[in-house]
Design a protein around this ligand. Sequence first.
Ligand code: ZN
Ligand code: ZN
Length: 355
Amino acid sequence: MPTKMNAFVMLGIKKVGFLEKPIPQDPGPNGAIIKTRCALVCTSDTHTVEGAIGERHGITLGHEAVGVVYKLGSEVKGYKEGDRVAVNAITPCYRCENCLRGCSSQCHQMLGGWKFANIKDGVFAEYFHVNDAEANLAPIPATVKDSSAVYCCDMISTGFSAAENAAVPIGGSVAIFGEGPVGLMATAGAKLLGAGLIIGIETIPKRQELARHFGADIVIDYRKEDPVEAIHRLTDGFGVDGAIEALGAQETFSACIKATRPGGVISNVGYHGKGDFISIPRLDWGVGMSDQTIRTSLCPGGKERMKRLLRLIDTGRVDPTPMTTHTFAFQELGHAFDLMKTKYEGIIKPLITFS
Ligand SMILES: [Zn+2]
Ligand SMILES: [Zn+2]
């Protein structure tokens, strides 16, 4: 039996590399150990390495992966070793006060559901540990491939939560600022939820093309025209019912406020990685009385949601795989990581496969 494995870790701020670690052997009574089959690199992994959450010396990176159950805790029911499972990026305990209030991504404390590559080793390793496995392992339907299922771990859950939070009425209008992978899945989610007009804001040609593929009726290139003006023109001067911030920048956040009609919703899923404050354009916010709502979310997790997301793939409602622009073996993760950081070669999502 092998006892060591390779893990791709944060060696320090702006430093990554492989490290040999022991294969986790003890799942604990409520946990599980998963043998990784495939993973996706996320822009937020690169934020972590840039220092967005401080030093995480030696922590295994990654939070989007599927695999097979290698070991199960004695108290975990409903699974067996060898089962193929998807694990959401967010793994709440489902017992604490915040979880019981329905804010499971804020498990115990703000953002506390985010454990992988934050407070425990992540998934860029040949094996990884999952806490509270009974609630956090989602069985993958036999007809759904690993390379599709892995998108439920973050991109689909986060993107769809952005669309759900935007609360666009059937036939209503929505704008998605930033058609990266989360924005693209917000676009697909808005279409599934019945939006009547979907406007994407994006300048990169490959992303514009995918935005149309996933449901955008119109894509505005912000380098060519002012998106807020264009949105007002396209909505008879009212603004959209919902605006989705899927980038994490002051400029797009402000544009969301300006582009949303009174009474509409600004749905933020962008990771605001810089600065001490995010400011709100005062007049466009009706000097604080516009009946606009700002909502936020962090990748809702848990088996029940994951089962619903996997069902959408199983029934063909959504196919996330056009976002896989690159595929690398685990040993090549360093290269994938560099590409994700620089966004070279038109990269959207690099899929990492494990032998
Ligand atoms: Zn992610
Ligand atoms: Zn909790």
